[in-house]
Each structure stands twice: as C-alpha cells, then as structure tokens.
Design a protein around this ligand. Sequence first.
Ligand code: ADP
Ligand code: 5GP
Length: 191
Amino acid sequence: MERRRGHLFIISGPSGAGKSTLRKKLLERFPDLVYSVSYTTRLPRPGEREGWDYRFVDEDKFRKLLREGKFLEWAQVHGNLYGTNREDVEKALEDGCDVILEIDVQGASQVKKQMPESVLIFVMPPSETALEERLLSRGSEAPEAIKVRLDNAQKEIASAATYDHIIVNDDINKAVDKLASIIAQYRKHER
Ligand code: ADP
Ligand code: 5GP
C-alpha cells in the first residue's frame, strides 16, 4: 500500500509575535510533528541550543551549503541568513510525517511555489504596542536590533493576507488551541 505523504505547515509572523512559544507548545500536544531546525548565521541567544533551536553556522559555511543546493528555501532576515534543510523536510514528508517550519514570509513564499499544498499560518500580534513590549521583555536583542525587527514587522504583516490561516496571539492558550485545531483539521481529512 502506498504510504501517506505528510503535511507541511509553515508558521510566519513578525519577530516577537510568539511563533517559537506557540510552536513549542504545539509540539507538546503533537509530539509526532517534525520540526525542521533551520540553519542561521545569527549568534545564539542565551539558552539556545545547537541543533535544537538552530544549526548555528558562519556565513562561509552557510554560502557553501547554499552552493551545494542544500536549502529548500533561504532568506536574509533582520540582517542574518536563515535556511531550511531540503533533505530533512523531503525525507520526513516522504516518510509520512507532518512537518512544521517556522520561517519568514520570503521563505514561506519560496516553499509555497515548490509545494503548493503546504499550509501557511500567520501569527499576528494583538497590537504594535504588544509586539514592542514582547520584544523588550524577551530581552534577547539590543535596542538597535529591536528597532530593525519592529521596522520589518509592517512589511511582514502586509503579507498576512496571502496566508491560509491567521492566528492573533493575544491569549497564549487560546492561540495554541487555534493552532492545534488547524493542524488537526488537515490531519482529520485523511485519517
Ligand atoms: P517569535 O518567535 O515570534 O519571535 P517568541 O515566541 O520568542 O516570538 O515570543 C516573544 C516574547 O513574547 C517571549 O518573551 C514570549 O514569552 C512572549 N509571548 C509569546 N506569546 C505571548 C502572549 N500570548 N502573551 C504575552 N507574551 C507572549
Ligand atoms: P529569530 O532570529 O528571531 O530566531 O528569527 C528571525 C526570523 O527568521 C523569524 O521571522 C523566523 O521565522 C525567521 N527564520 C527562522 N528560520 C528561518 C529559515 O530557515 N528560513 C527563513 N526564510 N526564515 C527563517
């Protein structure tokens, strides 16, 4: 019997909207979802783990991987390079696993072109003020880097209309419920 191909779910949204928080809570509910750990040239934040949060590489290594065709998609975001490992994603989908990517809007549009059946989910902050407060409270970036991220937020939000689903992350528990129900809806169609 032919094996079911997995679903590809892509989560995007401005920095500080709560994507990582939501994704981690989602994975607690659906431990069989495969999270594709991206490559980045950004430096690790305190507490971030190699191979868990990101695969941290320098720019030479990133460009080598790019030349070798290793990325399903890649983009420059907030001044750093980020990319998704093609082989990991394709293998997991072929094996019938559902995969989650947490990538920016440029990367999401590259993947949607290659895999039109992928499901795009946009995480929206409840307000600009909340977004700024969350970035400040996370405390992971210097003020200049926070400014870059807030400046980019408007451009990213302008792409939300092209997404299949929009989740406003006001109350975290409600937002996780919404995200989980979207995932369950696609899985239910075939099981
Ligand atoms: P992103 O991955 O989109 O950049 P994070 O998940 O790192 O965002 O969240 C940014 C900050 O906002 C973190 O400190 C996180 O704990 C906090 N946060 C996330 N969701 C909420 C929420 N619904 N209400 C309040 N704070 C939140
Ligand atoms: P952060 O530096 O806050 O972890 O991530 C910054 C931005 O880069 C976020 O919008 C995040 O979704 C995006 N990002 C993370 N990994 C990738 C990736 O592999 N590809 C692309 N295009 N964007 C990514």
